[in-house]
Design a protein around this ligand. Structure first.
Ligand SMILES: Nc1nc2[nH]cc(C(=O)O)c2c(=O)[nH]1
Ligand code: SF4
Ligand SMILES: [Mg+2]
Length: 237
């Protein structure tokens, strides 16, 4: 028998907040964060490699298990309305996430799930109060196209409440933008953000300046990485 939804266990790297959502449509809004462990990709510039990179990290040291009930109770101890579920790749755990998302929404929260767009969301996890921030990885991630580009998952995400957010690396900007253009033609997300790759403020700032006109010409939005500007790439923010 499957475990009751609220005793299902999730592999968690950290819970933190309230902090400020540093990226995308809710930029600057107070938010609680639940960071799940493990990823199905291996981006060379990943800012959270302790969630997946066994060559550099002991994943056990960076992983705790929490039940859905513990996580939703933690969220309910804060009045903060927005809860961001990130990783790693959170949809690797979506069977258990269904119960968590249900509990959070029932408790009056709005949920954003940050996903790399390679896994189609289960119908049960889509619904009022849940948005997917889809960040399809481009060639500069160093991941092979067959692993990072899953058209059927993107099509399912376009049908859900989703926006798209491309991380663009300054050194590969033109190739990244060409690939982003192609992807949005095939998968018409209702809103698209460009975001510079970078884990230091100067790198993010340079990237923003180089991306602004490219966003404007496409009618796309631009997002900084506000938490990097304020706190650096520290855990817990
Ligand atoms: N403040 C803050 N905002 C974020 N938005 C997306 C994040 C992520 O790691 O997915 C993130 C993060 O780690 N911190
Ligand atoms: S998809 Fe995200 S978490 Fe996974 S390796 Fe790439 S940047 Fe890191
Ligand atoms: Mg991050």
């Amino acid at each position: 028998m499957p475990p009751a939804a609220d005793t299902a266990r999730l592999l968690v790297t950290e819970t933190f907040g309230p902090t400020l959502q540093g990226e995308g449509p809710n930029l600057g809004e107070p938010a609680l964060f639940i960071r799940l462990s493990r990823c199905n990709l291996t981006c060379q510039w990943c800012d959270e490699p302790h969630t997946w990179d066994t060559s550099r990290f002991d994943l056990q040291e960076h992983t705790r298990t929490h039940t859905v009930r513990e996580l939703s109770r933690w969220a309910q101890t804060h009045p903060t309305e927005l809860v961001v579920i990130t990783g790693g790749e959170p949809l690797l755990h979506q069977q258990q996430l269904v119960g968590l998302v249900d509990a959070l929404v029932a408790g009056g929260k709005r949920v954003e799930i940050e996903t790399n767009g390679t896994i189609a969301p289960l119908p049960e996890i889509r619904g009022d109060g849940v948005r997917f921030n889809v960040s399809p990885k481009l060639a500069s991630s160093g991941v092979s196209r067959s692993r990072r580009y899953r058209p059927e998952a993107l099509s399912a995400l376009v049908e859900a409440d989703s926006i798209c957010k491309f991380v663009v690396t300054t050194a590969h900007r033109d190739a990244d933008l060409a690939e982003a253009d192609q992807l949005v033609t095939e998968h018409p997300f209702r809103q698209v953000w460009l975001m510079p790759e970078g884990i230091t403020e100067p790198v993010v700032r340079t990237g923003l300046r180089l991306l602004a006109d490219h966003a404007l010409v496409r009618g796309w939005s631009l997002t900084p990485r506000l938490h990097v500007t304020i706190w650096g790439n520290q855990h817990g923010h």
